[in-house]
Design a protein around this ligand. Structure first.
Ligand SMILES: NC(=O)c1ccc[n+]([C@@H]2O[C@H](COP(=O)([O-])OP(=O)(O)OC[C@H]3O[C@@H](n4cnc5c(N)ncnc54)[C@H](O)[C@@H]3O)[C@@H](O)[C@H]2O)c1
Length: 327
C-alpha cells in the first residue's frame, strides 16, 4: 500500500523500524545526522554505530539530514529521534510534510507546554495525519525480526489498514486516543525510574511486585481521568510497555532509578540528554496530575528524588507509611 517511507533518526529505533518495514515497502530512506552512520549504511550495508553486525536489507538507503531531504515523495515518515528534538526537527522540514502520514515513536512530554509529541508535530506541521506507535518493544529485538506488540494511536480510522500493512511484523492493537497512547509511554518511563529506585532499597520479589502493582494502579488512576479510550489499560502501549520498562534490567529508565538508588548517579538529575527520557518528563507528569487534581504520590516520589529534594530510602519509607495510612 505504501511504497516509500522516510525514517528521521538513524539511531537504535530508527534502524530497527527501517529494517522491519523494509520487508513491506519498496524503499526506506533513513535520515541521519552523522556522516559515518550514513556512509556505513550506504557502503557497508550496516549501521556501524548501533548494529554493526546486522546486515541491512538492500532497499534501505541513508541520507544526511543536513542535505536536501526530498521528503515529498515519501508516503509516510517515521520520527524516531529523542522527544526533546522533535519540535525543531519537524519545524525544519514542515514545508515537505503536507501530504504524508507522520508516525511518531518518540516518548516524552514537552515542558513547560505539557504537550505530547503528536501535539507538537501537529502544531509545527499543520498535518493532522498523525499516528503514534508505542508498545513493549526494544529496538535490539525488533531489528533481528523477533515478534513484538505495539499500539497504533490514530483518530483517523482510514489509517488503520495502512498501518496494519506497514507494521505487519508486529501484533497490533489500536486506539483512537493518540494523546492517551503517548501518555502511557511517558508514564511508564516515570514508573520504571521509580521501580529501579525502589528495587535498590527493597529487593524481595514480594516487595518488587507490590510496588509494581502500586505503580500500575497509580498509572491507571491517571489514565482513567484523561483517556477517552476506556480499554487503554489492556493495550500494548499500557500494560505491556509498563511491565517491560519497569521490570527488565535492559530498560534505560529502570537502570537510571537503580543507579540513583545505589548512589552511582548523583541527584539532582532532571535534565539528562538523550538516554534517560523519563527523567525529563517526570516534572511534566507531576504538573499534569496537579492540574487534573489526581493524587500521584509515586510520581512525586520520583520527582523529589530526581530533583535532589529527598533520598530514595526516606522517600520509599514515606510511601509505605502513606499507603498504610489509607486503610
Ligand atoms: N530504543 C528503543 O527500544 C525504543 C523503543 C521505543 C521507542 N523509542 C523511542 O524512540 C526515540 C529514539 O530512541 P532511540 O533509542 O532510537 O535513541 P538513540 O539515541 O539510539 O537514537 C536517536 C538518534 O536520533 C538522532 N538525532 C537526534 N536529533 C536528531 C535530529 N534533530 N535529526 C536527526 N537525527 C537526530 C541521534 O543522532 C541518534 O542517532 C526515543 O524517543 C525513544 O523513547 C525507543
Amino acid at each position: 500500500m505504501i511504497s516509500k517511507v522516510g525514517v528521521i533518526g538513524a539511531g537504535s529505533m530508527g534502524t530497527a523500524l527501517a529494517q522491519s518495514i523494509s520487508t513491506r515497502v519498496e524503499e526506506v530512506i533513513l535520515y541521519g545526522r552523522r556522516r559515518e552512520v550514513v556512509d556505513s549504511v550506504n557502503n557497508l550495508r550496516c549501521n556501524k554505530n548501533y548494529f554493526p553486525s546486522l546486515h541491512l536489507n538492500p532497499n534501505i538507503r541513508a541520507k544526511l539530514t543536513s542535505d536536501s531531504l526530498d521528503l515529498a515523495d515519501c508516503e509516510a515518515i517515521i520520527i524516531t529521534i529523542p522527544s526533546s528534538e522533535v519540535r525543531s526537527a519537524v519545524n525544519t522540514i514542515r514545508d515537505e510534510l503536507s501530504d504524508t502520514i507522520l508516525i511518531t515513536v518518540a516518548k516524552g512530554l514537552e515542558y513547560p507546554s505539557l504537550k505530547t509529541m503528536s501535539d507538537v508535530i501537529l502544531e509545527e506541521s499543520k498535518n493532522p495525519n498523525i499516528v503514534s506507535f508505542s508498545g513493549p518493544n526494544f529496538a535490539d529485538e525488533i531489528v533481528y525480526g523477533h515478534l513484538a506488540g505495539a499500539t497504533i494511536g490514530t483518530d483517523n480510522s482510514s489509517l488503520r489498514e495502512i498501518m496494519s500493512d506497514l507494521f505487519r511484523e508486529f501484533i497490533l492493537d489500536f486506539s483512537d486516543d493518540v494523546r492517551a497512547v503517548e501518555l502511557c509511554g511517558v508514564l511508564k518511563n516515570v514508573y520504571a525510574i521509580g521501580t529501579g529506585m525502589w528495587d535498590s532499597v527493597y529487593s524481595n520479589y514480594n516487595e518488587h511486585y507490590m510496588f509494581l502493582n502500586m505503580c500500575y494502579k497509580e498509572m491507571c488512576t491517571f489514565l482513567r481521568e484523561i483517556s477517552r479510550d476506556k480499554d487503554i489499560f489492556t493495550k500494548f502501549c499500557c500494560f505491556g510497555d509498563f511491565n517491560l520498562t519497569a521490570n527488565v534490567d535492559k530498560s534505560r529508565n529502570r537502570t537510571l532509578g537503580l543507579m540513583i538508588g545505589k548512589n552511582i548517579i548523583k541527584t539532582p538529575y532532571l535534565d539528562s540528554g538523550v538516554t534517560f527520557e523519563g527523567s525529563k518528563s517526570v516534572k511534566g507528569i507531576v504538573e499534569l496530575a496537579d492540574r487534573h487534581n489526581i493524587d500521584m504520590p509515586i510520581a512525586k516520589f520520583v520527582y523529589d528524588v530526581l530533583s535532589g529534594n529527598n533520598n530514595v530510602r526516606k522517600t520509599a519509607d514515606f510511601l509505605v507509611k502513606y499507603e498504610s495510612s489509607k486503610r
